[in-house]
Every structure is written in structure tokens, then in C-alpha cells.
Ligand binder design. Structure first.
Ligand code: AVJ
Length: 337
């Protein structure tokens, strides 16, 4: 594939690549190996999202047990006009863009208020970025659409600069970050925001364990397939030779940490290759952590913002308090001279 930094796809869509694609593949491989060699081996959840995994996640969003997507959609449908009115946004920047449906609620509100000019989509999956960007360009022919193939943890600078922008990070994907990673992420967002920009974040909320665990243990087994797909991605990209059928899907809620944890548990002795002859062995029952999905309260979210230069500006939730949309803004200090 061509690796130009700036590829013109059609008249209104530009695709840009973030650092993701330009970093040393050897260091990425070393990081994968390092994570597998932890006491609790770990696979970064970004490896779920190849084309198959992105499609499986789409399928998850339709499951009856997975309340997050439809609940967030309900909230956004309700608040889109208000948020656009509050922010005066002319440009939407979506981080980790999942499905187009939800941002269309916001784009429609911006269009309705006559301020829609531009939309930037950042996602780790290139196919997804290209398809979503082309789709948006079709449906909003009057605007400029830019796709960024990148990692929201490293590539925020690739979305460029602007003014009157609404950044959105939907679906509760922020929950994939470890509490330790959050301050840095928020500071990066703060650095990307202009004084008049805002940031809308989707948060899955703390609730009863049964409801949470059902959402990650669906009866159709789609989440299990999604989880196991991470091994296929590693096999393809890093020649790890995991035996897929030697692992089972595990998902549970950790009340202490307030996060859902997904793991893959070895069903029998098995191994994986870490380059050349190095191998990691798993006994039956050994586990690999593939995802944390943090659940927030208003309090824990406000605490996480503390000291990052961002503050909560509005908090929206559904009637059952399952999910929240938090509107966040830069803390603007007034220095009188
Ligand atoms: C896309 C990160 C929000 O954490 O619920 C769905 C991913 N994992 N089922 C989530 C996921 C298992 C999802 N996010």
C-alpha cells in the first residue's frame, strides 16, 4: 500500500496517518512481547480492532445485553442540540470513531444550527476510517472530512488545529485506559483543545454486577469471538502462533477497581512464540488480560479530571443512569493585568 502522508481520496475527503504507522515495527513487537511476559500476561485492547474485530464490535453494539450503545444514542439524540448550542461548534473531531450513527446526531444538530463546516475522524483501523469518512462525505457533501489513521493515545497532534471544535470520545472507550494513563490522556486532549473548544466523553456508569457482567458475556457468544480474535491478530501481525482453540473467553466485574476485565484463559497446556525460538508457556487455567473497561461515577470522573486543566461543564445521563455523556472544557484562568 502507498504510504504517502496525505492521500487525497476524493474531493472532500483527506486521509492522514498518525505516528501509529510510522513507528518502528520492531519496538511494537517488543512491546507485545513485554506485555505477554508480565506476571499477568496482557494484550493491549487496540489489537481487537482489525477488520474482523471492528465488525464483531459492531455486532456487539446490537446485542440486547449490551445496553451501552443504544443508551448513549438515546442520550445524544436528546442533548445534541443543547451541546451544539452550548459550544457553538463548527467542527467535530471524533477520537476512536466507532459507528457513524452517533456522531450523525451531533453533525445533524450542527447542520441544523447552520454551523457545520468540518469533521475529523481518528481511528486505529484504516478500513474503518476510510469507509466512515467516505460515508460522511456522501451524507454531508457541504463539509470537509478528514480521516486520521492513528492511536488516540499518541496521535492527537495529527488532528491538527482549528477553532470552535467539539472533540468527542464516545462509547465508553475511555474506560479502556488504565487509571494511570488517564491524566496523560486528558493533558494531551487539553493541549489539543483551543480555549473555545469542548470535549464530549461517553462513560459507562457503575451499576449492579449482574447487568455489567451480562453485557460482556452475551448469550450469542459474540463477545467471546471478539476476545479470541485478538489472538488471531497477534498471530498474523507478530507470528505468535497462539492456538485459538486452547483459550476460552472470561469477563468479570472487579468491584474494587470498578472495571470489567476481559481475559483469555488457557484450557490446556499451550504456548506462543515470542520471536525466533523464544516461547511463553501457559498451563490450563493461566490467563491473559485483554481489556479493562472502566465504569465511572460522576465523582470518579471529576476526580480523574483533577489537575489536568480540564473541568466538567455538564453531565447528561439516561433515566436509568446506565450511561453518561460528560461535557468537558478547558479550565480558563483569568489573569488580570
Ligand atoms: C468499545 C471499549 C467501549 O469496553 O465495552 C465490548 C469494547 N469489549 N465488549 C467496551 C468491548 C467487550 C467496548 N468499548
Amino acid at each position: 500500500m502507498e504510504r504517502t502522508a496525505n492521500t487525497r481520496v476524493n474531493e472532500s475527503v483527506t486521509i492522514v496517518r498518525g505516528r501509529l504507522d510510522t513507528r518502528d515495527p520492531k519496538s511494537e513487537c517488543a512491546e507485545v512481547h513485554r506485555n505477554l511476559l508480565r506476571i499477568l500476561p496482557r494484550i493491549d485492547s487496540k489489537y481487537f480492532y482489525d477488520d474482523v474485530g471492528s465488525r464483531l464490535f459492531e455486532e456487539i453494539t446490537q446485542l440486547s445485553e449490551y445496553y451501552q450503545t443504544r443508551t448513549e444514542e438515546t442520550i445524544l439524540a436528546e442533548i445534541a442540540d443543547k451541546v451544539v448550542g452550548l459550544t457553538g461548534a463548527r467542527e467535530l473531531v471524533e477520537l476512536g470513531s466507532g459507528a457513524g450513527r452517533k456522531i450523525k446526531l451531533l453533525l445533524d444538530a450542527m447542520r441544523g444550527q447552520g454551523c457545520l463546516e468540518r469533521c475529523v475522524l481518528l481511528d486505529i483501523n484504516e478500513t474503518f476510517v476510510r469507509n466512515s469518512a467516505a460515508d460522511l462525505a456522501d451524507q454531508y457533501p457541504e463539509i470537509e472530512v478528514c480521516g486520521v489513521v492513528g492511536d488516540f493515545l499518541r496521535d492527537l497532534d495529527s488532528v491538527g488545529t482549528g477553532g470552535d471544535r467539539l472533540f468527542v470520545f464516545l462509547a465508553g472507550t475511555i474506560g479502556n485506559l488504565y487509571p494511570r494513563q488517564l491524566p496523560m490522556f486528558f493533558r494531551n486532549v487539553r493541549a489539543a483543545l483551543g480555549p473555545n473548544d469542548a470535549f464530549l466523553v461517553g462513560l459507562d456508569l457503575v451499576k449492579d454486577t449482574a447487568r455489567l457482567e451480562a453485557a460482556y458475556n452475551d448469550s450469542a457468544g459474540v463477545t467471546a469471538e471478539f476476545n479470541l480474535n485478538a489472538l488471531k491478530v497477534l498471530n498474523r501481525r507478530f507470528a505468535t502462533a497462539f492456538e485459538i482453540d486452547a483459550f476460552e473467553h472470561v469477563a468479570f466485574y472487579d468491584r474494587e477497581q470498578e472495571w470489567i476485565e476481559m481475559r483469555l484463559r488457557a484450557l490446556r497446556p499451550t504456548g506462543a512464540l515470542l520471536g525466533g525460538v523464544r516461547e511463553i508457556r501457559f498451563e490450563a487455567g493461566d490467563e491473559i488480560r485483554t481489556e479493562i473497561s472502566r465504569k465511572f461515577t460522576r465523582r470518579s470522573f471529576v476526580d480523574a479530571l483533577d489537575g489536568t486543566g480540564l473541568e466538567l461543564s455538564a453531565w447528561f445521563t439516561d433515566s436509568e443512569s446506565l450511561f453518561a455523556s460528560a461535557l468537558v472544557r478547558p479550565v480558563l484562568k483569568n489573569y488580570s493585568s
